[in-house]
Design a protein around this ligand. Sequence first.
Ligand SMILES: [Zn+2]
Length: 125
Amino acid sequence: MIMTETPTVPGEFCCPECGFVVVKSILYAENGAVARDTTDRMELCPNDGTILRPVAYADALDEARHEACRMGARARIGEQMEVLLHNLLVRGRLSGHEKTAAENIVKDWEQRVANERPYRKQEQA
Ligand SMILES: [Zn+2]
Protein backbone atom coordinates (compact mmCIF):
# COMPACT_ATOMS: atom_id res chain seq x y z
CA MET A 1 0.00 0.00 0.00
CA ILE A 2 1.37 3.40 -0.96
CA MET A 3 1.57 5.68 2.09
CA THR A 4 0.15 9.16 1.54
CA GLU A 5 -1.09 11.93 3.82
CA THR A 6 -4.70 11.47 2.77
CA PRO A 7 -6.62 8.18 2.67
CA THR A 8 -6.69 6.74 -0.84
CA VAL A 9 -8.96 4.31 -2.65
CA PRO A 10 -7.21 0.90 -2.79
CA GLY A 11 -6.03 0.01 -6.30
CA GLU A 12 -7.33 3.23 -7.95
CA PHE A 13 -4.87 5.54 -9.70
CA CYS A 14 -5.26 8.71 -11.74
CA CYS A 15 -3.07 10.71 -14.15
CA PRO A 16 -2.69 14.31 -12.91
CA GLU A 17 -2.08 15.47 -16.52
CA CYS A 18 -4.91 14.00 -18.56
CA GLY A 19 -7.31 12.51 -15.98
CA PHE A 20 -6.82 8.89 -17.11
CA VAL A 21 -8.01 6.53 -14.35
CA VAL A 22 -7.09 2.92 -13.80
CA VAL A 23 -8.64 0.55 -11.26
CA LYS A 24 -6.27 -2.34 -10.68
CA SER A 25 -8.10 -5.59 -9.97
CA ILE A 26 -7.19 -9.23 -9.51
CA LEU A 27 -9.46 -11.98 -10.85
CA TYR A 28 -9.21 -15.29 -9.01
CA ALA A 29 -9.88 -17.85 -11.74
CA GLU A 30 -10.60 -20.70 -9.31
CA ASN A 31 -13.77 -19.09 -7.92
CA GLY A 32 -14.38 -15.99 -10.06
CA ALA A 33 -13.81 -13.59 -7.16
CA VAL A 34 -12.52 -10.09 -7.95
CA ALA A 35 -10.41 -8.05 -5.54
CA ARG A 36 -8.56 -4.75 -5.73
CA ASP A 37 -4.86 -5.06 -6.52
CA THR A 38 -3.24 -3.08 -3.70
CA THR A 39 0.39 -3.66 -4.69
CA ASP A 40 2.32 -0.39 -4.83
CA ARG A 41 3.88 -1.04 -8.25
CA MET A 42 4.43 2.30 -10.00
CA GLU A 43 2.32 2.73 -13.13
CA LEU A 44 2.73 5.20 -15.99
CA CYS A 45 -0.12 6.85 -17.88
CA PRO A 46 -0.56 5.14 -21.28
CA ASN A 47 -1.47 8.55 -22.80
CA ASP A 48 1.48 10.71 -21.72
CA GLY A 49 3.85 8.64 -19.55
CA THR A 50 3.12 10.65 -16.36
CA ILE A 51 3.40 8.74 -13.06
CA LEU A 52 -0.13 7.86 -11.91
CA ARG A 53 -1.16 9.07 -8.44
CA PRO A 54 -3.30 7.20 -5.91
CA VAL A 55 -6.85 8.60 -5.87
CA ALA A 56 -7.88 10.22 -2.57
CA TYR A 57 -11.26 9.16 -1.16
CA ALA A 58 -12.26 12.85 -1.04
CA ASP A 59 -11.63 13.21 -4.81
CA ALA A 60 -13.43 9.95 -5.60
CA LEU A 61 -16.46 11.12 -3.59
CA ASP A 62 -16.36 14.53 -5.27
CA GLU A 63 -16.28 12.89 -8.70
CA ALA A 64 -19.20 10.64 -7.74
CA ARG A 65 -21.18 13.70 -6.65
CA HIS A 66 -20.44 15.47 -9.97
CA GLU A 67 -21.43 12.36 -11.93
CA ALA A 68 -24.71 12.13 -10.00
CA CYS A 69 -25.44 15.78 -10.93
CA ARG A 70 -24.63 15.10 -14.59
CA MET A 71 -26.90 12.03 -14.62
CA GLY A 72 -29.71 14.04 -13.03
CA ALA A 73 -29.34 16.80 -15.64
CA ARG A 74 -29.36 14.26 -18.47
CA ALA A 75 -32.50 12.63 -17.08
CA ARG A 76 -34.31 16.00 -16.89
CA ILE A 77 -33.27 16.90 -20.46
CA GLY A 78 -34.43 13.46 -21.62
CA GLU A 79 -37.83 13.95 -20.01
CA GLN A 80 -38.25 17.39 -21.61
CA MET A 81 -37.25 16.07 -25.04
CA GLU A 82 -39.67 13.14 -24.64
CA VAL A 83 -42.57 15.55 -24.07
CA LEU A 84 -41.58 17.65 -27.09
CA LEU A 85 -41.17 14.55 -29.29
CA HIS A 86 -44.58 13.27 -28.16
CA ASN A 87 -46.17 16.61 -29.08
CA LEU A 88 -44.38 16.57 -32.45
CA LEU A 89 -45.64 13.06 -33.22
CA VAL A 90 -49.22 13.79 -32.11
CA ARG A 91 -49.60 17.15 -33.91
CA GLY A 92 -47.03 16.78 -36.69
CA ARG A 93 -45.43 20.08 -35.65
CA LEU A 94 -44.19 22.02 -32.63
CA SER A 95 -45.58 25.37 -31.49
CA GLY A 96 -43.28 28.40 -31.48
CA HIS A 97 -42.95 28.07 -27.72
CA GLU A 98 -42.00 24.39 -28.04
CA LYS A 99 -39.44 25.12 -30.78
CA THR A 100 -37.84 27.72 -28.51
CA ALA A 101 -37.83 25.21 -25.64
CA ALA A 102 -36.16 22.59 -27.87
CA GLU A 103 -33.51 25.11 -29.01
CA ASN A 104 -32.83 26.09 -25.39
CA ILE A 105 -32.45 22.44 -24.40
CA VAL A 106 -29.88 21.92 -27.17
CA LYS A 107 -28.01 25.14 -26.23
CA ASP A 108 -28.05 24.17 -22.55
CA TRP A 109 -26.74 20.72 -23.41
CA GLU A 110 -23.91 22.12 -25.58
CA GLN A 111 -22.94 24.52 -22.78
CA ARG A 112 -22.98 21.70 -20.26
CA VAL A 113 -20.75 19.47 -22.43
CA ALA A 114 -18.33 22.38 -23.03
CA ASN A 115 -18.00 22.94 -19.27
CA GLU A 116 -17.39 19.30 -18.37
CA ARG A 117 -13.84 18.82 -17.26
CA PRO A 118 -11.65 15.78 -17.68
CA TYR A 119 -12.08 13.29 -14.86
CA ARG A 120 -10.54 14.69 -11.64
CA LYS A 121 -8.08 16.96 -13.49
CA GLN A 122 -8.99 20.08 -11.49
CA GLU A 123 -8.77 18.40 -8.08
CA GLN A 124 -5.27 17.10 -8.79
CA ALA A 125 -3.79 20.55 -9.60
ZN1 LIG B 1 -2.10 11.05 -18.64
